[in-house]
Structure formats: C-alpha cells, structure tokens
Ligand binder design. Structure first.
Ligand code: GLU
Length: 509
C-alpha cells in the first residue's frame, strides 16, 4: 500500500515553526517512500477561524518548497480537502456510531453543563457521570425519538467503555498505554451538526487513505480517543500508524517554544510574516528576516531528527534520501536561533551569485537602488562571505549602492595622519588618470605608486577602504573600486579626504 500522509493544520492564525516542521517531516516521509503528501485544512471550529490563515499556510509551504501533491489549492481526487467543504458528510458517520452503540445523543444544555462544572470543579462527561445526565443512554427510546423529531438541540458523544487498556504503537515513542476509564466522552458532532476535530480528523484520514499520522506531541493524548473511533467504525485494519514529534523548546529556559518567544527574544519563530489585528498579534518571519528557505529547511530538519552522522548540511533532496522516522528523537529539541543563522550563512555562501542576485533584487528595489543583474551579481560576489542575512547585502553593503553615510571615526583617527595629505591627493590624481579600472590593474598601480614613494601598502590601504565603504568590514578594496567605477571611486576618495582632515581637526581654511 502506498504511503499517504497529511499535514492538517487548523487555520487559527499564523503557523509557527513547529507546524512547518510537522509539514517538513510529513513531506520527507512521503518523498522517501514515494508516497503522497496532502494538505488538509481542518477548519471545523468556526469560532477559532482567522481570516487569511489558510492563505498564510499555503504561502508558507510554497516559500519553504514543501509543495503538497494533493490538498487545498493543489488538486487531488480525494477532496474536497477543506473540512468545512465536507461538513455534510460527517453526520452520517456520527449516527452510524450511535446505531452501533459506540456513541450517543446528549441533550444537556450548555447552561446545565456549566452548572455541573460550577458545582464540581473536575466535572467531566464520562462513564461515571453520563448515567445521571440527559442522553440517549438514560432516556427511554421513545423520549429520545421525540426530542430528535422536535429538533431539540443535541450533540453526539463518543461512548467510552471503561476498564480497557488502549495500546498505541507509536513509531517514535514505542508502546504508549492509555486507560479508557480516564477518558471523557468526547463530543463528536456539535449541536450545529458540525463535527469536532476528533470526528472529522478520523473520518477524513480514513476516506483519504492516510497510512501514517505524523504530528506534534500535543496530539498524543487524543490518539486514545482516535483509536476508539477506529474501533467503533470497524476500521482498525486500515488504521494509520502514529508518530508523535517531539516538542520544540524555548531558546533558553524551560517549556515549549511559543509564538510570544519571538518578540521576547527578538527572533523570528514563524516562517513568513503575519499581520494580525494588533501589533501583539503581528509577527515577523524567517523570510522577512533574510533567510533562504533551504537554510530554514535544514535548520528545522535537525530540530528533532538526527542523521546518525556528524553531517549537518542537507539539501531537501539529501534529507529525503536520509530521512527515517526511527531517527526522530523522543525528547524536545531546543530552538537554537544562532544555529539557524549559521545555516543561513552557509547557504548564502553556497548559493550562486546569480541566485543571490535574484534574492537581492527586491530588497534593492525597495530601497530605490540599482537592480541590473550584472551589478547585483557583483554585489553578491563581493559580500557573500560577509553576510548572515539576505538583507545584509543591502544593509551592511549599502555603500555599494549609495555614497558612504557614516565613517568609522576611531579607525579614521588612527590611520589618518596630516602628512599623508599630499600622498592621498597624488593617489587620487593617479587613479583618475588610470586607464584600466579593473581590480588587478588597480592593485598593481597602487602598489607601484606606494613603492615609488617608499610607503608601505598598509599606510594607505585602510584609508582607501574607509573612503569607499566607511568601515573596515567591507569587501576587498580593489574589488569595490572596480565595481564602483572610476568616477564614483574618485569622488569617494575626495569626499573622504575632506572627512579625514575634519576628523583629525586639521581642515585647511
Ligand atoms: N488540526 C490539527 C492541528 O491543528 C491536526 C492534528 C493532527 O494532525 O491530527 O494541528
């Protein structure tokens, strides 16, 4: 039987990095097994729906390159893949469970149940309490019929039989045992005839032929109910196998990573930015922070999965080749942002200059910079070894696009010496006269110039750097000069000369 897995997010807001990791592991498992990766949107809880969340999920998957084979927005013949578009089909399944004695109608009003909860703090609707509540287990059949015919509001609840051990063989955690006596009688179908997560999830996994359920650890407790549903429906033969992924933990301290940790630590915890109704509900993303999607994939892959070697750099294809559920760890994985940055540096360095130029273009455009391919490719060549984020190309490297706006004063004071004034002037003159303005010719010309005057290159190179970039962090000085061209280089040297004099307090009147 071919592998079919699904990523089944609820569109209740932006999908944080843990959700994307779930999508990634499903994707890898599907690809590894030549199976199918499905996107199902679980939107049965209409109260928690957030407009735009579904589009966000799809865009995040596209950005990371985790493209579903079937699903909302991706076609497929087992659809519709959005649960609200399937809402009419769930009721009959819930009723089928009632018919077979695995579920029952419950007529208790929300007010009555609230009153119960008030009276008894730990009240749950379960095998101990259901006998004293208003449902089809306690009412005579004709009374039940009468209520149903009269259209009295009701829900359908799972009838959990006490005293059973429910064993789940989790592919990551091994044998996990639940005691049915501790489970509540979950609502399956709500009063508005909408299914709850539990019913819709199981019916859809069955109808969509899902073979493996790979999801976050927080769903492990629900699995006990899910197994009872499979039994109730008589679908145990085709019940999927379960794999519950470890939590993603905060960068420091205890507990799982939350969406608030982004603001707290000043780091992205979402794949792409999310614009909520309030600033507190708006988040930046890895994309906006200047990450390459491949770096984010690599980072996420190793947050919970280990390859069994010391290798750390994995392309998506390589991950597909090496991925196995057995190598997913049980214990939580720490969210290490420094590591994410390290991956990004590595991926930027490994990218071709043409690729990087493509990434730099929109950033340059947004700042009104020049955007021709040849120029951006050179910017990539010069800066790629120095940057951590894509945005650094235009932020750190702004001086390749526009005049220097700030000089490193301390460095200028250290390197400048008024005696250099005539030398610097002659140097500018010489460069202005140099016919060939490529890096190699410039370097040869400047070295010769220095030799003729008995100066050490070190005396002037730093000043050239400061002149062109304002900082010592810039790329190799002659590469910069070549890229900027003669006119701009000469202009910058003249401007810098005035600045050097000023900063040294020796400006001539
Ligand atoms: N809709 C659930 C969620 O939001 C899906 C859990 C599952 O994969 O079964 O994560």
């Amino acid at each position: 039987m071919s592998v079919r897995v699904r990523f089944a997010p609820s569109p209740t807001g932006a999908l944080h990095i843990g959700g994307v990791r779930t999508a990634l592991y499903n994707y890898l498992f599907a690809r590894k097994n030549k199976g199918t990766f499905i996107l199902r949107i679980e939107d049965t809880d209409q109260n928690r729906l957030v407009p735009g969340a579904e589009d966000y999920i799809i865009e995040a998957l596209k950005w990371t390159g985790l493209i579903p084979d079937e699903g909302v927005g991706f076609g497929g013949d087992k659809g519709p893949y959005r649960q609200s578009d399937r809402k009419d089909l769930y009721k009959k399944y819930a009723e089928q469970l009632v018919e077979h004695g695995h579920a029952y109608y419950a007529f208790d009003t929300p007010e009555a149940l609230d009153a119960q909860r008030q009276a008894e703090a730990n009240f749950t609707y379960n095998h101990q309490t259901r006998d004293s509540l208003i449902n089809s287990l306690t009412l005579p059949p004709n009374a039940v019929q009468a209520k149903l015919l009269a259209g009295e509001p009701h829900v359908i609840r799972l009838k959990v039989e006490p005293g059973q051990e429910i064993h789940i063989r989790d592919l990551i955690r091994g044998d996990v045992v639940f005691q049915s006596s501790e489970l509540d009688d979950k609502v399956l179908l709500k009063a508005d005839s909408m299914p709850t997560y539990h019913l819709a999830n199981i019916v859809d996994d069955h109808l969509m032929g899902i073979t493996h359920v790979i999801r976050g650890e927080e769903w492990l407790p629900s699995t006990a109910h899910h197994v009872l549903l499979y039994r109730g429906f008589g679908w145990t033969q085709t019940m999927p196998q379960f794999a519950h992924l470890p939590l993603i933990l905060k960068p420091v301290g205890n507990g799982k990573l939350s969406k608030r940790d982004g603001a707290k630590f000043g780091i992205p915890v979402f794949p792409i930015a999310w614009q909520g109704d309030t600033p507190e509900d708006s988040f930046t993303g890895f994309r906006e922070a200047g990450f390459l999607p491949q770096a984010v994939i690599n980072f996420m892959a190793l947050m919970g999965w280990h390859p069994g070697s010391d290798d750390e750099i994995f392309s998506l294809d390589e991950l597909v080749r090496q991925f196995s559920i057995e190598h997913i760890s049980k214990s939580g994985a720490r969210f290490d942002y420094e590591k994410a940055k390290w991956f990004n540096q590595r991926y930027i360095q490994a990218a071709t200059d043409a690729e990087l130029a493509g990434h730099i273009r929109p950033l340059a455009e947004a700042r009104g910079y020049r955007t021709d391919a040849a120029f951006l490719t050179s910017v990539a060549t010069l800066m790629k070894e120095r940057v951590t984020f894509l945005s650094d190309f235009v932020e750190q490297g702004y001086f390749l696009f526009e005049p220097v706006s700030a000089y490193d004063d301390a460095m200028a004071q250290k390197k400048w010496n008024p005696a250099l004034q005539p030398v610097f002037e002659a140097l500018i003159e010489m460069l202005d006269q140099t016919p060939a303005f490529d890096a190699a010719s410039l370097e040869a010309a400047v070295k010769q110039f220095m030799q003729e005057r008995g100066l050490k290159p070190g005396d002037i190179f730093s000043l050239l750097r400061l002149s062109l970039a304002g900082t010592m962090q810039g790329p190799a000085v002659f590469d910069m000069a070549e890229l900027l061209g003669k006119a701009d280089t000469v202009l910058r040297l003249r401007t810098a000369l005035e600045y050097f004099n000023r900063v040294a307090g020796t400006t001539a009147p």
